[in-house]
Design a protein around this ligand. Structure first.
Ligand SMILES: Nc1ncnc2c1ncn2[C@@H]1O[C@H](COP(=O)(O)OP(=O)(O)OP(=O)(O)O)[C@@H](O)[C@H]1O
Ligand SMILES: [Mg+2]
Length: 290
């Protein structure tokens, strides 16, 4: 098992240390299609609107989505970095509201099953550029594949996105269970997306919390609810984030509230210095080798 807490990577002789004030937050869900990518993008937009600098890592490496969602067409992606054809700083593209994006590739099969050394290369490269940002948000792929677990375990905070459906709750439980049992995660935030209202979000969260409290040592906390809103699919069709296209929609307001809540803890995290990739732990991890 990889111990994530209890050791601080700053205590290790590692060069891979990010500036203390960069918060690394990954978004996961188990089940696909619950709204991770839209959440990452619109949270980034809301944080940028509050004056924060934000870098997104599209870690759904073989099925790029964030670039499509914000209408940018990157010429190069993480593929060129892994193939030694580009440095990571040279593939970063600018999106709406001045957010920065590390683009993934689409339809490149090997990117969906990286080797351990390729994963570490990506983290190493990302760390070298992320220090200049306030936030690094990681959009992970669906499922509980090794890459998904790796990028979640590398982040210092994890947000699990759920919706009200039973399959979303069982799949979220599965991902939380693996992150807890295999990677020592102790604390995960849960954001309910695509729900009618806060009451429905809380009900879904409570159902998940009942099972996690009973069977896992992990503490899960409710991060809020993003309402179901037709504006999202309209924005997706127009390849523009809903927060910039329809800033007064209920969903845009929901993302702003979530971003404000996330950012309330910014200085707390900064003071604690709890912001870095957990490289040492990942390097020691036998689970990821292969
Ligand atoms: N709050 C919402 N209201 C209405 N529809 C939504 C909402 N959030 C997401 N959707 C719908 O769900 C679709 C999938 O969203 P998104 O691509 O963000 O999910 P994902 O979890 O990243 O999927 P994947 O697991 O495939 O990466 C959107 O295109 C949109 O149609
Ligand atoms: Mg996605």
């Amino acid at each position: 098992m990889i111990k994530k807490y209890g050791t601080n990577s700053r205590n290790h002789e590692s060069n891979n240390i990010m500036k203390e004030c960069t918060r690394v937050v990954s978004f996961t869900s188990g089940k696909g299609g619950v709204g991770k990518s839209n959440t990452v993008l619109n949270t980034a937009i809301s944080l940028a609107d509050m004056g924060r600098s934000v870098l997104i890592l599209d870690a759904d490496l073989g099925l790029a989505n964030i670039d499509v969602l914000c209408g940018v067409t990157p010429k190069r992606s993480i593929k060129e970095v892994l193939e030694g054809k580009a440095a990571l700083k040279d593939i970063i593209v600018e999106g709406p509201m001045g957010i920065s994006l590390i683009p993934a590739s689409s339809g490149v099969e090997y990117l969906a099953r990286l080797t351990h050394s390729q994963r570490l290369t990506i983290l190493n490269e990302v760390e070298s550029v992320a220090a200049q940002y306030d936030y690094l948000l990681i959009d992970t792929a669906a499922g509980i594949g090794t890459d998904v677990l790796f990028f979640n375990a590398a982040a210092s905070e994890i947000v699990c996105v759920i919706n009200g459906e039973p399959t979303s709750l069982t799949d979220s439980y599965a991902v939380i269970k693996v992150l807890t049992q295999n990677y020592g995660e102790k604390k995960i935030s849960v954001l309910a997306n695509n729900v009618q209202n806060d009451a429905e979000g809380r009900r879904a969260f409570n159902r998940l919390a009942q099972v996690t409290t009973r069977f896992l040592p992990t503490k899960i906390s409710y991060a809020g609810a993003i309402p179901s809103d037709i504006s999202v699919s309209e924005a997706v069709k127009q390849q523009s984030p809903v927060s910039t296209l329809f800033p007064s929609s209920s969903v845009a307001r929901g993302f702003r509230a979530f971003a404000r809540k996330l950012d309330e803890e910014f200085y707390e995290h900064r003071v604690k210095g709890g912001v870095q990739f957990f490289f040492q732990q990942l390097l020691e991890g036998e689970v990821f080798s292969g």
